[in-house]
Every structure is written in C-alpha cells, then in structure tokens.
Design a protein around this ligand. Structure first.
Ligand SMILES: [Zn+2]
Length: 242
C-alpha cells in the first residue's frame, strides 16, 4: 500500500474537522463544509464517509483527505498524505510509493454499469453545452436584427451548426458516444466548439464519476480498482474491451 492509498481510509469529514474548516456533519456519514478551493460563504463542499471523498457543488472540486490537507496546509501531495496519516495515528507505509498490484476483485458488470452512466452524463453535458452555445448566438442575433447582413449570415450558420451538433449528441447511442470519445482522444476533435467544451479524458470522467457517486443513489459504489477499470474502459482507444 502507498501513502496515497492509505490516506483514502480517512474520512473527509474527520479531516475537515481536524483542519478547522468551518462546517459540520449533517447526518449519517455526511457533512457540509466551507470549501477551501474557492471563496465559499456558505458550506457547499459535501463530504461522504461512504467514499471518503469530498465534492464541492459550487466549484466542483473533488478529492480525498490528502487533497484537503494539501490545500489547507499548503503541502505537496506526499507531505499532505503523510501529515494526515500521522495526525490520525495511522501507520505510514514505508518503502517505495509504487502501488502494489493487489488481487482486488473487479466486478466487471458493476464497472460496465458505471461506464454507461458516465457516458450518458457526458452525452447530456455535450448536448447542453452545444445547445447553450446555439441559444447564446441566437439571443445575440435577436438583439441586432439584420437578416440580410453578413454578420447575421455568419452567426446563423454557426448557430445552425451547433444546433445540429446538439441534436446529434442527443440522439447518440452508448456505442456512438464511445466512438466519439475515441476519436476525440486520437484527434483532439471536440474542442473546435470553443473554450469550455467538455474534453473527454481521465480528468473529466473522474469528475463525472465523483459527481454521480455523490448525487446519484443508483450509481454503483466502486472500489479503487474498479474506478481505474472504469476510467480505462472510457479512455480505451480500440474496440476490444477487457
Ligand atoms: Zn468549492
């Protein structure tokens, strides 16, 4: 076990309390705290003892006790994990920090269910982003009506294209979405829709996974190996699946 694996046994609620973050436990295994990752006036960071992770509903920061320690105390990731383990009286794993390949069971059906849920959420996010772009363009056009002018011509083309693209995402099957993800990972195709376009990759899918875990009762609870397997599956570049 590495320090990073060991620190995941610490509840973020306990860590937040220990770090003096303002907030409190709000119920069985849950708490709300003022998020240290943005200027938070009301507690918007939720901590869940079921996963020992936190998620901020305002800035979308998510992570574990080590991330909280790193942020609040200004420590490097390793220092933060060691500090948390020390303060909670836990043993600090020695030796090298390379993760040991433990024989942890990966429930394939559970991973597949999680992967489908994440793809679905990504598809809805793309649809919403593109529809928002199209609507924004249309509302700008409405403010300066000039149906025959060159400005309108360009804006209309762009709005139609984004509208079509939004509809295309709405209609996609699970396999279509995976094909889009593969293509994007290989060719960087999606960001053509401008800044803020959701870009498929481990960072985004990890974020979606954390969010679904926090707010969707039906989203399966994955162990660490299963989380990695799910991210691998989403970011695979070939048709063969494990
Ligand atoms: Zn926040």
């Amino acid at each position: 076990m590495t320090v990073f694996e060991a620190v995941k046994q610490i509840s973020c609620n306990d860590a937040a309390e220990r770090l003096g973050i303002e907030g409190k436990r709000t119920g069985a295994g849950q708490g709300r705290w003022r998020c240290p990752f943005h200027d938070d006036r009301h507690p918007s960071m939720a901590c869940y003892d079921s996963t020992n992770r936190y998620y901020c509903f305002t800035c979308h920061a998510s992570g574990d006790a080590a991330n909280l320690y790193a942020k609040v105390r200004g420590l490097s990731p390793v220092e933060a994990a060691r500090a948390a383990l020390t303060e909670f009286g836990m043993e600090i794993p020695g030796g090298c920090d390379r993760p040991r390949r433990e024989a942890v069971t990966v429930r394939r059906d559970v991973v597949a269910r999680a992967v489908r849920a994440i793809r679905g959420e990504f598809r809805r996010g793309m649809g919403m982003f593109l529809q928002g772009q199209a609507d924004g363009m249309v509302s700008v056009m409405e403010k300066a009506p000039d149906p025959d002018g060159w400005k309108w011509n360009h804006a209309l083309q762009r709005a139609c294209k984004m509208q079509e693209e939004a509809a295309r995402w709405d209609a996609m099957t699970d396999e279509d979405v995976q094909a889009e993800i593969c293509e994007s990972l290989l060719n960087d195709r999606l960001p053509q829709w401008g800044e803020g376009t959701p870009t498929p990759g481990r960072t985004l899918f990890r974020e979606i996974m954390d969010e679904l875990e926090c707010r969707d009762e039906k989203f399966p609870r994955l162990n660490l190996s299963e989380q990695v397997a799910a991210l691998d599956e989403l970011c695979r570049l070939t048709k063969e699946s494990a």
